[in-house]
Design a protein around this ligand. Structure first.
Ligand SMILES: [Zn+2]
Length: 302
């Protein structure tokens, strides 16, 4: 029928219009970049890692340069939204004025989800820059987990974690895959063992806790850019690290008192003189408990 053909033509036109709109509308690609400092090229001792170190001011620049390399590469790979979390020391290391205007930066502590604060189901991919090996690793520059001053072991379901594998499991809770990391060779090997063969930029080879054979800052930044592009290119194939709940977390402290006092609470079971164990319904809850353990002091101000 003649009358029936008009709507048919309209439908075809509408479908064609929708297809054009879908092609021209940029696909959303939200990236979270967590930036630590021990794995930045050239970092070997405390002299680079905090405001009292004689090289800290320059190494903030290098840390910023490596983070910016990841930002630039993510944008080149199609990122439409980028969150950068300053995840080292006082959380106020990155030189924020050097970042493009459309990047959001998360600073200082305490904050929910710690080093990966800002991550949620809206994020499409996570990137770890400047990461280091865990505290139970016999190798790795400045190897520690969360706090070198207070913790000697953190384990998830019986397996020792590194900050990289812990944060990958938090990202996985929100269905976010880690696509790329940078750090020394020990840090990369540890995270790959937990999450699989993600892209990685080896910024240096560890020669000991306080020594390394390192790339220059510029070479490291260039390598990071290449590997971020490669990682985002593999996004369809890289899977989130899913750790199904409930999860069991074990924490060992350098000293006695934290384990003794935490065990007053029914949540915590004291497993030896320096250690406690707790159960959480998932990684998000486990992260909150770990934040509490790390941050709470009765004299905390303001
Ligand atoms: Zn760290």
């Amino acid at each position: 029928m003649q009358t029936g053909r008009i709507p048919c033509v309209l439908v075809v036109a509408l479908l064609a219009g929708a297809a054009v709109a879908a092609q021209t509308q940029p696909r959303k690609l939200k990236i979270h970049i967590s930036v630590d400092m021990e794995g930045i090229a050239g970092v070997v001792t405390g002299e680079q890692l905090g405001p009292t170190g004689f090289e800290y001011a320059r190494f903030r620049e290098f840390m910023t340069r490596e983070a910016l390399a990841a930002v630039t590469a993510a944008k080149a790979a199609g990122a439409t939204e980028i969150i950068v979390a300053d995840a080292h020391g006082n959380g106020q290391n990155l030189l924020i004025e050097q970042f493009p205007n459309d990047v959001r930066i998360i600073r200082s502590w305490p904050r929910r989800l710690g080093m990966v604060a800002g991550i949620d189901e809206q994020v499409d991919a996570a990137i770890f820059i400047g990461y280091h090996a865990g505290t139970n690793n016999t190798t790795g520059v400045r190897a520690h987990t969360f706090s070198s001053a207070t913790l000697t072991r953190v384990a998830l379901n019986g397996v020792n974690v590194t900050e990289g594998s812990w944060n990958a499991a938090i990202a996985g809770h929100y269905n976010v895959p880690v696509v790329m990391m940078s750090g020394d060779d020990a840090a990369i090997a540890e995270v790959r063992k937990a999450v699989g063969n993600i892209e990685a930029a080896e910024t240096k080879r560890n020669l000991g806790f306080h020594s390394a054979n390192t790339l220059t800052p510029q070479a490291s930044a260039e390598l990071i850019g290449q590997r971020v592009r490669a990682g985002l290119g593999r996004l369809p194939e890289l899977k989130p690290l899913k750790v199904s709940g409930p999860v069991v977390i074990e924490v060992s402290f350098k000293n006695y008192m934290a384990a003794e006092i935490l065990a007053y609470l029914p949540l915590f079971e004291r497993t030896d003189s320096h250690s406690i164990r707790f159960r959480a319904k998932d990684m998000a809850e486990a992260s909150m408990v770990m934040n509490f353990i790390g941050e709470y002091r009765p004299d905390i101000t303001p």
